[in-house]
Design a protein around this ligand. Structure first.
Ligand code: PBG
Length: 333
């Protein structure tokens, strides 16, 4: 037993030298655990800066392909794509079209990188609808609108099949609709995609940290908010467990907790409850922008802060991290 105490026991012995600190280290960061989010729009030669997210751009497909190739050479685990369509409508038709922005982008990227990089796609409608909500709307008795869960599921499967046929490697439904994983899994299996994995945004909170993303993806809701589908940050943590449980039962292969840093308790909870399940944490846009802004002012050391944050997310139990720093991290590591 560890009954001894000072002066026999000196915990600093394991800290004096860099080599011994490295030897006893438990949390190791590796580029192949990072996934880089990228925004794609139509056009040619476009790299349109996203003001609230320095070093990130809305990219035309040719530029996206170049980024994907860079991701390969940096040894990243993958990329996740978000499409910005030319035209939006009430149901988000572009997301369900073979010639829509995402379908074209995935085909182009896969043609270039083959199996050297995992190409994930976000399955949601907020970037594609003119109202900015994550699905089909229905009018409630009081005249207000809300997202129609089951009608959205039908479209979600259409969207998923478009991504699958274009060659996506992992589908990531992010709309927090009930039954989204079940509908996708059974539909994919029926259409011959039984080996295509699903990473479900299982515990996704209605968070103010998504602000810069909504500028980047032009996906802010035109009215109301997302609280009737994304989780309340103050809900019982057990609700996250139930969401994960349900998505796993419906066939999710991997699950996600989002955002990351303000929800490390949830990452840890899920890690402890679901042994063996790969857990991704999404280090979201607001988490990125805050650090970028402070670093630009010279108030913090960006590299040190980011490495410490990634260590914390990994230590909390995440196997995979979606982060806007993925490329930088690969260079730093
Ligand atoms: C939904 C989606 C969002 C993010 C990822 N997928 C926006 C939202 O839920 O409002 C946010 C990611 C980020 O903030 O970096 N398509």
């Amino acid at each position: 037993m560890f009954s001894s105490s000072f002066p026999t026991l000196r915990l600093r012995r394991l800290r004096f030298e860099p080599a011994i600190r490295r030897l006893v280290r438990e949390t190791i960061l590796s580029p192949d655990r990072f996934i880089l989010p990228l925004f794609v729009r139509s056009g040619e030669g476009i790299r349109q800066a996203i003001p609230s997210m320095p070093d990130h751009f809305q990219l035309s497909i040719d530029q996206l392909v170049a980024e994907a190739e860079q991701a390969v050479s940096l040894g990243l685990g993958g990329i996740i794509l978000f499409g910005i369509p030319e035209t939006k409508d009430s149901i988000g038709s572009d997301a369900m079209s073979e010639t829509g922005i995402i379908a074209r982008a995935v085909r182009a990227v896969k043609e270039s990188v083959g199996n050297k990089l995992l190409v994930m796609t976000d399955l949601c409608f907020c970037e594609y609808t003119d109202h900015g909500h994550c699905g089909v709307l229905h009018e409630k008795p009081d005249g207000s609108y809300d997202v129609d869960n089951d009608a959205t599921l039908e479209n979600l499967l259409r969207q998923g099949l478009i991504h699958a046929r274009a060659g996506a490697d992992i589908l990531a439904p992010s709309g927090m609709m009930d039954g989204m994983v079940r509908v996708l899994r059974s539909g994919l299996d029926r259409e011959g995609f039984s080996s295509l994995p699903i990473m479900s945004y299982a515990a996704k909170y209605a968070s103010a940290f998504y602000g810069p993303f909504r500028e980047a993806a032009e996906s802010s809701p035109k009215f109301g908010d997302r609280r009737s589908y994304q989780m309340d940050p103050a809900s019982a943590t057990g609700q996250a467990v139930r969401e994960v449980q349900l998505d796993l039962a419906e066939g999710a292969d991997m699950i996600m907790v989002k955002p990351a840093l303000a929800y490390l308790d949830i990452v840890r909870l899920v890690r402890d409850r679901f042994e063996g399940v790969p857990i991704a944490a999404y280090n979201v846009s607001g988490e990125y922008s805050m650090v970028k802004a402070a670093a630009e002012k010279g108030w913090i050391d960006e590299k040190a802060i980011v490495l410490e944050s990634m260590t914390a997310i990994t230590r909390a139990g995440a196997n995979i991290i979606l982060t806007y720093w993925a490329k930088k991290l690969a260079q730093w590591l």
